[in-house]
Design a protein around this ligand. Structure first.
Ligand code: NAD
Length: 388
């Protein structure tokens, strides 16, 4: 663990910028990565994965109290022991507080590394997450998700960063009825401040990629789950209630559809986006392409936990969408990304983690030998498939 002192570092000067004429490192060559939201569910898995690959990782997090910060510290426990990991406790809303992290990630090391030229990559995951809470605190979500993203992009520009991966969300599609959702859909119908903040992040990325040539890859993530999942998300919340013998709230009639992404698959997708060398601006869905009804997810969770659920039906919640469904052909094509883990496998790994604290290496799980049928490569005609 290398805690960073509070002493502010001098702002970058033109001479401290990494030379832009040097050739980029080839994909897959470990270098330096700055991961925001490093202590969170997705961030901590990504950090663990990068350390295994030999990257130098600078993690940024402010241990936001949205859920117990002690959980986040536990998420990072392994990484904090690692000599190549540095934690910078900083708030993305505060540009100055981010400077030490950028200096560590982007300044040329002295003496310069001989093996390869640093080619830092930013993966910006820090955000206020969650749809419903964003309705309670829209300004707070704006501050963290829009201003915070702008701060990150601004510093990326100052420091000459070339690759910026952004965690967007399936929620940007909102109530777009045309499923499966495709990146080319220009009709985004967000229905929560959270969703709108992610649309804004994508658009800011476009500005910086256009003006400054920063490659910006926005990953529209469809409900991620697995060990360390955020406690506010349905699978984790339901599982805890079921184990405590308490009723689980089902908003609506249980027919809503969700496209779930297992964390190990998601981390593979983020890694591929970090290496992506195509056009300067991309938006890519990361989901399974196989949406599941809420009640079917609950049944699968019952199986995984060996516990029967007691369902409490409640009215639908504001901000919730009735379906999410990713068309993942672009991820398959451009990132060579193929999610392997089906819901039954993923829930059984999640249940093992929740009940025993053990996880069978969720981030590094090799593709399972069982043939999980790939998502369809053809979909129904786009505008003919409307669900309620
Ligand atoms: N989990 C999902 O299903 C899902 C789906 C779509 C998009 N996403 C996006 O992926 C990213 C990671 O999600 P997650 O599920 O790991 O959430 P998480 O809450 O577990 O992780 C986010 C991390 O960001 C940190 N953070 C929040 N505000 C910050 C600030 N102002 N400064 C610095 N750090 C701050 C938090 O402390 C937390 O550790 C988020 O951007 C989220 O919107 C997640």
């Amino acid at each position: 663990m290398n805690p960073i002192p509070d002493t502010p570092l001098p702002p970058p000067t033109p001479t401290s910028l990494p030379p832009t004429s040097l050739p980029p490192t080839s994909p897959h060559q470990p270098s330096r990565a700055l991961i925001t939201g490093a202590a969170g569910f997705i961030g901590s898995h990504l950090v663990d994965r990068l350390l295994v690959e030999g990257w130098d990782v600078i993690g940024v997090d402010n241990f936001d109290p949205f859920y117990d910060p002690a959980i986040k510290r536990r998420n990072l426990a392994q990484a904090l022991e690692h000599p190549r990991f540095t934690l910078v406790e900083a708030d993305i809303r505060d540009l100055d507080s981010l400077c030490p992290a950028f200096a560590l990630c982007c300044a040329p090391h002295s003496p310069p590394p001989t093996s390869h030229t640093p080619h830092p990559v930013i993966v910006h995951l820090a955000a206020r997450a969650g749809v419903r809470p964003s309705i309670e605190d829209p300004i707070g979500y704006y501050e963290a998700n829009v201003r915070g993203t702008q701060n990150m992009l601004e510093l990326a520009r100052e420091w000459g960063v070339e690759q910026f991966v952004f965690a967007s969300s399936s929620s940007v599609y909102g109530v777009n009825p045309d499923v499966p959702w495709r990146e080319e859909d220009d009709v985004l119908r967000p229905i929560s401040p959270y969703a709108a903040s992610k649309v804004a992040g994508e658009l800011l990325g476009h500005v910086y990629s256009h003006l400054y040539g920063i490659r910006f890859v926005a990953l529209r993530v469809f409900t991620a789950y697995g060990p360390r999942q955020r406690p506010d998300l349905a699978i984790h919340k339901f599982a805890r209630l079921m184990l405590e013998g308490k009723p689980i709230p089902i908003y609506g009639d249980g027919s809503s559809l969700r496209d779930y992404t297992y964390i190990a698959d998601l981390v593979e997708g983020i890694r591929a986006a970090m290496d992506y060398q195509g056009s300067l601006y991309e938006i890519i869905n990361l989901g399974s392409g196989r949406p599941v009804k809420l009640l079917d997810m609950v049944r699968a969770l019952e199986e995984a936990l060996g516990v029967k659920a007691n369902l409490e039906f409640l009215p639908p919640q504001a901000g919730d969408v009735s379906q999410t469904w990713a068309d993942i052909r672009k991820a398959q094509r451009s990132l060579d990304w193929h999610p392997h883990t089906d819901l039954v496998q993923g829930l059984s790994r999640f249940a093992a983690w929740l009940t025993t604290g053990q996880s069978s290496s969720p981030t590094h799980a090799p593709p399972p030998p069982t043939a999980y049928p790939p998502p369809p490569t053809t979909y129904p005609p786009h505008h003919d498939h409307h669900l309620p």
